[in-house]
Design a protein around this ligand. Structure first.
Ligand code: ADP
Length: 871
């Protein structure tokens, strides 16, 4: 069914017009769209050209010479450039297509117009005739009425005067004849016009309109054909699968396929080939440990009390890393072999990955075997470290771990030089009550003997001990059954299995290792002690043998004790066995027991002291008034909390270690230390007035200037003594001085003291008494006796202010700031001006211009003399 038959109606005609309008609009849209695509393609082409140029900016230097991958890349980029140019050409073609579309649209517009005009033309003729017919009909009707009227008139006239002539009748007749003629003419015209109209209408319907519509159909269809061709052309210019592009793609594929992994590096390796690399040598730099005596050995792990836990943890970590490596290897092997591990650890291709391509299969095999190799290396490396640590730990065996840190040894040396054994000191010390007792006890055969009221089991001799096996053997004297009591003059080792270990003279309780080491001076010297490790008590035999060796007594399942040899029911018997048999304690150490070293006189037994009442609280624990069981002497006992770590306990004993060397009326005296068991304690003379600070505050109303000056002189005397001994107190303050009878002052609390001319603090300064400390110590950590002089100035200020807080109302940091800018505290009320001048001198910013304690003492002493004389 074509246009000619289907679209004759008026509505169809109008729809055809509307359709053509829509087609014109569509054409317009297409034109615009294709224009945009052309623009877009052009821009893409430009960008692509830029991309290709960017891609060509690659190293042209020698390194990539001969590289196939570089060559391929260049070609690839060139092809990309070609591709871009092709895009540009296509875009230009699209622009041409747009013009074509524009022309087509114009033609179509014209055709639409022609159709409309033609249609109107043929329709107008029919319309015209239709109008004519209507008009003729109405004329017909009009003439018919005229005719009828005139005929009636004529008939009337005629009838009235039949056969008569007359003018009137003629006139009527004439008019009647005219009307008749007119009617007949109109009739004919009407007939003719109807006939014409019938013809025209028939032609319009059967010839002209179908002809027009048929023509129009063919015109429109030919437009569609053109249109289609234009679209086809447009589509072809965007076809990326077109041959032109295919060729480019093919060339790209070819150049990329030209990359050959095995040839890629041929030229490079040829050019750069070198002889195999020399292995890197990692060597321990021995200069690092040149200045460290003994402790650290090049390329050898150090196993000591500081490192053993770390080493064990490290060993565990490494062992778990080794295990992890092994498990991961197993997993890889299982994975590759489809779940079945292979005994020799090799990878078998199971072909299951063939679907992923041979290459990827090979790659994954390569990767897995690479991973395996890496894991095997890791395992080997870590195992090596495990073995090294194991070996180092085994080396130590049952020996107690050596101390990693001997920071107190220098002090101990000092003690030996200045200690109580020093004759001169002993005789000088008779004036002090504490030491007087000690000396007395010494003279009577040793402090411990008398304090405990027991016989001695070892006698210390200042003369060298017999060290030859023969001299030591004397079976009778060292027999197990030997009676407990021995003559004082002989070297003897008695043993009673009934007696508790801690009663043995050669058992030193929890005496720290640093002290122990100091006591064992000659090969064969030995003692037994206790150590607490990880909250477990261990008994340790310490022997001097090519250095110091410490052996932990091993306990057997049935409660016996042994080293490497046979077990014994008691530690005493074990030690006797080692002593008498002269067998080395362990084969590796070769250490032989030759001379038991007894407790020193200042090593008291905890049971020698009865704690009475708490009199103060120190940093490490409570301070008690106590009584010595043996002499009933009142003493002060500082206790160390059991829960404190070993390091703190060592620090606690530091005070004892320092004090035991000093003997001066203005320095608090040490009576002994109790390390036989926990809690460890320091026993000192009891200074009944307690802390100077409390004393000043309590007696502020009754204190006289003379008393205050006396206190200052006492403190200066004590400090002069300390300065002469190269001891820096570092914490001189009223709270750390004690008041004895007659307001006499004793310097106490040596917890921070150091025996050095200059002491540099490198660790944190958390617990520094800022308001008492000299600026150079605060700012640079540099301590000398002249820092104590600064503190002494503050102490004087405390004495004269009767226990006020220095720089009151200022925070530590504020006080520090102000001192740095020259501020000094004003004189306390009623202070003799000379004493204030002395304070200011002590607070001189220039360290060297401060007076030494000797001078201070003399100034204060002279002032007191003057005061005394004036009364
Ligand atoms: P720490 O050094 O642990 O801080 P202190 O030496 O300051 O301990 O002692 C704390 C308190 O115990 C002192 O203020 C003082 O009252 C009292 N005290 C310490 N030693 C004696 C002593 N020898 N005689 C009398 N009281 C003492």
């Amino acid at each position: 069914m074509g246009f000619s038959t289907a679209l004759q109606g008026r509505a169809a005609h109008e729809a055809l017009i509307v359709r053509q309008d829509a087609e014109l609009r569509l054409m317009e849209t297409m034109k615009r769209t294709i224009q945009m695509k052309a623009k877009c393609d052009k821009e893409y082409a430009i960008s692509l050209i830029a991309v290709a140029q960017q891609g060509l900016k690659i190293d042209r230097a020698d390194e990539m010479q001969g590289s196939l991958i570089t060559k391929s890349w260049r070609s690839y980029m060139d092809e990309l450039d070609q591709q871009a140019k092709q895009f540009k050409l296509n875009a230009e073609q699209l622009e041409v297509i747009c013009d074509k579309l524009a022309h087509l649209s114009q033609d179509k517009r014209k055709a639409r117009k022609a159709y409309q005009e033609e249609h109107a033309k043929i329709a107008a003729r029919l319309n015209h005739l239709t109008d004519e017919v209507v008009r003729k009909k109405s004329e017909y009707q009009k003439h018919l009425e005229g005719y009828k009227a005139l005929r009636t008139r004529f008939e009337e006239h005629y009838i009235k005067a039949p056969g008569r002539s007359g003018r009137k009748l003629d006139d009527v007749r004439d008019k009647y004849q005219k009307a008749c003629r007119k009617l007949h003419l109109t009739h004919n015209e009407y007939v003719l016009s109807i006939t014409e109209a019938v013809e025209v209408e028939k032609d319009f319907r059967t010839v002209l309109l179908p002809g027009l519509l048929e023509h129009q159909q063919s015109v429109q269809e030919s437009f569609i054909l053109l249109w289609r061709n234009i679209l086809l052309e447009a589509a072809q210019h965007g076809d990326l699968t077109a041959d032109k592009f295919k060729e480019i793609q093919k060339r790209i594929d070819t150049v990329i396929s030209g990359i050959n992994p095995t040839e890629e590096y041929s030229e490079f390796t040829e050019k750069h080939k070198t002889s195999p690399t020399t292995p890197l040598l990692f060597q321990f730099d021995e200069t690092l440990i040149e200045d460290i005596p003994g402790k650290l050995t090049a390329s050898t792990l150090t196993v000591d009390n500081l490192t053993v836990d770390w080493l064990r943890t490290r060993q565990l970590e490494l062992e778990s890393a080794v295990k992890d490596c092994q498990e991961r290897q197993l997993k890889i092997i299982e994975h590759v072999n489809g779940g079945s591990p292979v005994a020799n650890g090799s990878i078998i291709s199971n072909g299951s990955s063939a679907s992923n391509g041979i290459q990827s299969n090979k790659d994954s095999q390569n990767r897995q075997s690479k991973d395996l190799n890496a894991l095997r290396c890791q395992e080997k490396q870590k195992q090596k470290l495990v073995d090294m640590i194991k070996c180092a730990l085994n080396e130590v065996g049952c020996e107690e771990l050596p101390s990693g840190c001997d920071d107190h040894l220098s002090l101990e040396q000092n003690f030996i030089e200045h200690g109580f054994n020093n004759e001169q000191q002993r005789s000088n010390s008779t004036s002090s009550p504490g030491l007087g007792i000690m000396n007395e006890l010494m003279r009577r055969g040793g402090v411990l003997t008398l304090l405990r009221g027991r016989g001695r089991h070892f006698k210390r001799k200042s003369t060298p001990q017999p060290t030859t096996p023969m001299a030591r053997m004397r079976p009778g004297r060292f027999s197990k059954m030997q009676p407990r009591s021995q003559s004082l003059g002989s070297l003897s080792l008695s043993l009673s299995t009934n007696r508790p270990l801690y009663e043995e003279e050669w058992f030193h309780g929890v005496l720290p290792r640093e002290e122990v080491v100091r006591l064992l001076n000659n090969d064969g010297d030995f003692l037994v002690r206790e150590t607490i490790r990880n909250e477990e008590s261990q008994i340790v035999l310490s022997v001097c043998w090519n250095g110091h060796k410490h052996f932990i007594v091993q306990t057997t399942g049935d409660g016996h004790f042994r080293f490497e040899g046979p077990p014994f029911p008691s530690i005493q018997e074990l030690i006797m066995h080692q002593y008498h048999s002269e067998l080395p304690v362990t084969v590796k150490s070769g250490a032989i027991l030759r001379r038991p070293v007894c407790r020193e006189r200042w090593e008291l037994s905890n049971d020698d002291v009865v704690l009475l009442e708490k009199i103060g609280r120190g940093n490490f624990g409570d301070v008690y008034k106590a009584k010595l069981k043996s002499t009933k002497q009142d003493v002060a006992v500082k206790t160390c909390r059991m829960t404190l770590p070993d390091e703190q306990k060592r620090k606690f004993l530091q005070e004892g270690r320092i004090l035991k060397q000093y003997d001066h009326p203005n320095i608090v005296k040490l009576i002994g230390i109790c390390v036989q068991k926990q809690p460890i304690m320091i026993v000192m003379e009891l200074v009944p007035g307690g802390s100077l600070l409390n004393y000043l505050r309590k007696n502020s109303n009754s204190l006289t200037t003379r008393q205050q000056m006396g206190m200052s002189r006492d403190a200066a005397a004590g400090m002069r003594y300390l300065e002469s001994k190269n001891c820096i107190h570092r914490d001189l303050a009223a709270r750390n001085c004690l008041v004895d009878f007659e307001h006499s002052v004793k310097i106490s609390d040596f917890g921070m003291s150091r025996e050095e001319e200059e002491y540099i603090v490198s660790d944190g300064m958390k617990q520094i008494p800022v308001k008492w400390t000299a600026p150079e110590a605060l700012n640079f950590g540099k301590y000398t006796s002249l820092c104590d002089v600064w503190s002494y100035g503050i102490l004087m200020w405390e004495i004269f202010s009767k226990g006020d807080t220095p720089y009151s109302g200022m925070s530590n940091s504020r006080a520090r700031e102000r001192i740095d800018t020259g501020y000094r505290m004003p004189t306390p009320e009623n202070t003799p001006p000379e004493m204030y001048r002395l304070m200011l001198k002590c607070w001189a910013a220039d360290v060297e211009s401060r007076p030494h304690f000797d001078e201070i003492y003399n100034v204060v002493d002279a002032l007191i003399l003057r005061l005394d004389n004036s009364h």
